[in-house]
Every structure is written in C-alpha cells, then in structure tokens.
Design a protein around this ligand. Structure first.
Ligand code: SF4
Length: 314
C-alpha cells in the first residue's frame, strides 16, 4: 500500500474509534439518566436554580456572616481593648451594614485588623464573676497536659477583695502537695516580703499563671499558659486589685504579652487593662541570688507608695 493510502486508512480508523467512543459515552449518559429517573431525581435536575442564582445566594450568606462577625467583635468593651505596653492597639473595626430582613447584601466589606487583639484583650469580662464560680469552672481540669502529673490544683489564696495581687508562674512540689500557692522556701520568703510591706499574707491575693505543677519544676509551656491563663484573667477581673505584682519572667511576660526578660521589665510600671502592674524577681531567684533583694525591695517600695503602705516597724 502506498504511503498516502496508508495514511488515509489510519485516519479513517481513528475517526471510527472516536465515533465508537462517543457512542459509548452517549450510552453511558443515557444509562445514568435512566438510573436518575428510576430514583426520582428528575425534578431535582429540572428545577434546580441556575448557577448564577446559587452564586449570588452564597455571596449573600457570606456577606451576612462577615457582617455578623464584625458586629460581635465591635461589641467587645472598650476597656478590654486597652493596649499592653509595646503592643499596637487593635485598629477600629470597620463594621459592615447588617443585612436587612430582605437579606440585602452588606454593602461594605469588612477586613479584620492586621493586629489582632492579644489573648487577654480578646477575653471578655464576665459580669458578676466570682472566685468560687471560677474554681467551679476549673473543676477537675484536664484541659492541658499538666493535669497528668498534678496532685492538687493550686487555684490561689488570699483576700478576694485585695488591693494587691501577686502572680507567680506555677506550683512547685510543696504547692502541688498542699494545694496552696507559695508555701515552700520561696513562699516563706514571699510572706516575709509581704510583712515587710506592712501587710499580712491574708491581706493580699496570690495566684499563678498555671494551676498545676509543671514536671521537674520547669517553666510552663506556651500551650499550657494559653489554656490555663484565662482563669487567671478571670481571677484578676473578679478581685480587681489596685496593683498586680508579677513574680519572675513567666507571669510578667504572660500578662504583658512580651518576650522581654525580667531584668528589663522589673521596677517599671505597666498598665494592664487599667490596673497598675509592677514586675519584680521571683522569690526563688532571690534564694539563689540574695544580692538581688535590694532591687526587689525598691520595686516593692514603689508598690507601697501607690497603695499608701508604711513599711513594717522593726
Ligand atoms: S494547668 Fe490549668 S488548664 Fe492545665 S490542667 Fe491544670 S487547671 Fe487545667
């Protein structure tokens, strides 16, 4: 067979294959339609909305969701949006018009601010919250991995109406066994510090960032702090102290949402959601470095000046 004839036979055979495959496809489609008819699906295919109508309905739902989300963010009380030092305040949220009853699409698009509220700025105050209610909400907590090694939850102790609140990082061995914060050697030093300020331990409130003992007395990890610290926030909101004194780096960094070291932070006043906050060294650090005691005393004297306290007479 000459090459031209061979080429035309090949082309004819390809066309036949295509026709066979199209016929096969057509048969398959017919089979599917018959199957759909048998299942009673014909009305669905006949009556379904045109694609553009579905797209427009979806757009309406999405606009509504965005508008609703924006409205609830805007409902966060202004006091809670107070910026922690070193943070850029969250920009005002551009609230889109709420959809009307006729599901009119929102006309203004809403973009969340690039700087989202911090963990604590985003936590709403619970009206009428109380320490017993917070303790009840903690329950026999298993929200983070620290529950596995704890003996007792160390909730906090002291005057529920205290003007001064101390915040440490987490319970140690003695605290884990007793359920009381700051009862070991470091706790006894804290008690001495409180007395030196002219107060009794019962006059102040003492709590930690996490309520269960981290293994080997390590620092609490980020996920543990994130899970547990909202309870501390609620405790602060319920007590409403005039001054918070953070002990060590963990509590200062947690409440101030900063990575700065305690040696940079200590001795300076910070604003924490409307409450004065003074970071100082942890008593456990003072046990290892007694030379730092005068610095802590200077910090405590600043606290005393704000609270109008006189040092204990010897
Ligand atoms: S540390 Fe806090 S969040 Fe974690 S288990 Fe204990 S109480 Fe619950």
């Amino acid at each position: 067979m000459d090459p031209a004839k061979r080429a035309s036979v090949g082309a004819l055979s390809e066309v036949r294959d295509d026709v066979r495959s199209e016929t096969h496809l057509e048969e398959q489609v017919k089979d599917w339609l018959r199957y759909g008819e048998d299942l009673g699906l014909a009305p669905y295919y006949r009556d379904r909305a045109p694609l553009h109508a579905i797209e427009s309905a979806t757009a309406r739902v999405e606009s509504h969701n965005v508008a609703t989300a924006s409205t609830s963010s805007a409902a966060v009380p202004a006091a809670m949006a107070a910026a922690a030092p070193g943070r850029v305040p969250a920009a005002p949220i551009n609230v889109a018009a709420s959809p009307s009853a006729s599901q009119k699409p929102a006309t203004t698009s809403t973009i969340l601010p690039a700087t989202a509220p911090s963990l604590f700025e985003a936590i709403e105050r619970i009206a009428g919250d109380t320490l017993p209610r917070i303790r009840e909400d903690i329950g026999d907590c298993t929200r983070c991995k620290l529950h596995k090694g704890r003996t007792k939850i160390v909730f906090g102790t002291g005057n529920p109406n205290a003007d001064l609140m101390f915040v440490g990082e987490g319970p140690g061995r003695d605290e884990d066994l007793s359920g009381e914060p700051f009862v070991g050697r470091a706790g006894r030093l804290l008690t001495d510090m409180i007395k030196a300020m002219g107060l009794q331990r019962e006059d102040v409130y003492i709590a930690n960032v996490v309520k269960c003992r981290p293994p080997e007395n390590r620092l609490p990890e980020k996920d543990e702090i994130t899970t547990c610290s909202p309870f501390l926030m609620r405790q602060i909101d319920a007590i409403k102290p005039k001054v918070i004194c953070t002990l060590g780096s963990c509590s200062a960094q947690t409440l101030l949402q900063t990575a700065q070291g305690i040696s940079k932070l200590r001795g300076e006043w910070f604003d924490f959601r409307g409450t004065k906050l003074m970071p100082t060294y942890h008593p456990a650090y003072l046990l290892r470095n007694p030379a730092a005691k005068p610095e802590v005393w200077k910090d405590l004297q600043k606290v005393m000046a704000v609270l109008g306290l006189q040092p204990k007479k010897r």
